[in-house]
Design a protein around this ligand. Structure first.
Ligand code: NDP
Length: 242
């Protein structure tokens, strides 16, 4: 049987790296994408030593030239893509500041990586995803992108001061819904997930879940069958409010 080909962005550490490991363990050939080529190569080499089918690819999601070069490389080496996990993300909000005092630079950088880069990467790889028999796109969003919860005084995230991150992930959710609608009559399924509150560098190592648990939602949606959802927003199979 031909192996599925997956690409995971921002996979040099954290949830992305673990998503690569778990997809490879399930028999998928995974392209471990990182903006620092040497770091991506080192991470891939480690997984190769565990006999996992992983290869490194340079991809800075903020750079149009890097995206085009990565898509061309995948076209040359594999001719198609079955799974795209848009995992790379940043959280720059200064939690000590009021939302109105957050710098415009933070807003711009956050939207560049968490939204515009996802749109650009998806657009570049869509022709290759369309060559797959059953492609899957997973957008790694966050519960902090839920406007329903952010505006609910009884929710645990009410008043949590991450306006740029919140808005970027809300916008990512909107992109997910629109792309899923566009592709509804094709074999391509597009879903957003919340990985959980995971112990990674983004949270200074704090969190409720270990990285192995944190990768599960991405892996689950990357491997869903033809009866699986599209246009959904979930965490470990549970539907989340937009
Ligand atoms: P980390 O900060 O641990 O890792 C972020 C990864 O993204 C790194 O590999 C980093 O690369 C990469 N990255 C950042 N910018 C770029 C770029 N321009 N191009 C390519 N790669 C880039 O984050 P997590 O693993 O915690 O987060 C992964 C995803 O999960 C993010 O989208 C995040 O928003 C989301 N998420 C995380 C939660 C958590 O609790 N941790 C909760 C909800 C959502 P490099 O090594 O080169 O810096």
């Amino acid at each position: 049987m031909t192996r599925k080909i997956a690409l995971v962005t921002g996979a040099t550490r954290g949830i992305g790296l673990e998503t690569v490991r778990q997809l490879a363990q399930s028999g998928v050939h995974v392209l471990l994408a990182g903006r620092d080529a040497a770091k991506a190569a080192a991470a891939a080499a480690k997984l190769q030593q565990e006999n996992l089918p992983v290869e490194a690819i340079a991809l800075n999601v903020d750079d149009a030239g890097s995206i085009a070069a990565a898509a061309a490389a995948v076209e040359r080496s594999h001719g198609r893509l079955d799974i795209l996990v848009n995992n790379a993300g940043i959280l720059l909000d200064d939690l000590a500041r009021a939302p109105s005092a957050q710098s415009l630079d933070v807003w711009r950088k956050t939207f560049d990586t968490n939204l515009f880069a996802v749109v650009a990467v998806t657009q570049a790889f869509l022709p290759l995803l369309k060559k797959s028999e059953a492609a899957r796109i997973v957008n790694v969003s966050s519960i902090l992108g839920s406007l329903t919860l952010h505006s609910d005084p009884t929710s645990g995230i009410y008043g949590f001061k991450v306006p740029a991150y919140n808005a970027s992930k809300s916008a990512l959710n909107a992109w997910t819904v629109h792309l899923a609608y566009e592709l509804r009559d094709t074999p391509i399924k597009v879903n957003a997930i919340h990985p959980g509150y995971v112990k990674t560098d983004m949270n200074g190592g704090e969190g409720e879940l270990d990285i192995s648990e944190g990768a599960k939602s991405s892996v689950e949606l990357a491997l869903i069958g033809t009866d699986g959802p599209t246009g959904s927003f979930t965490h470990l199979g549970q539907t989340l409010p937009w």
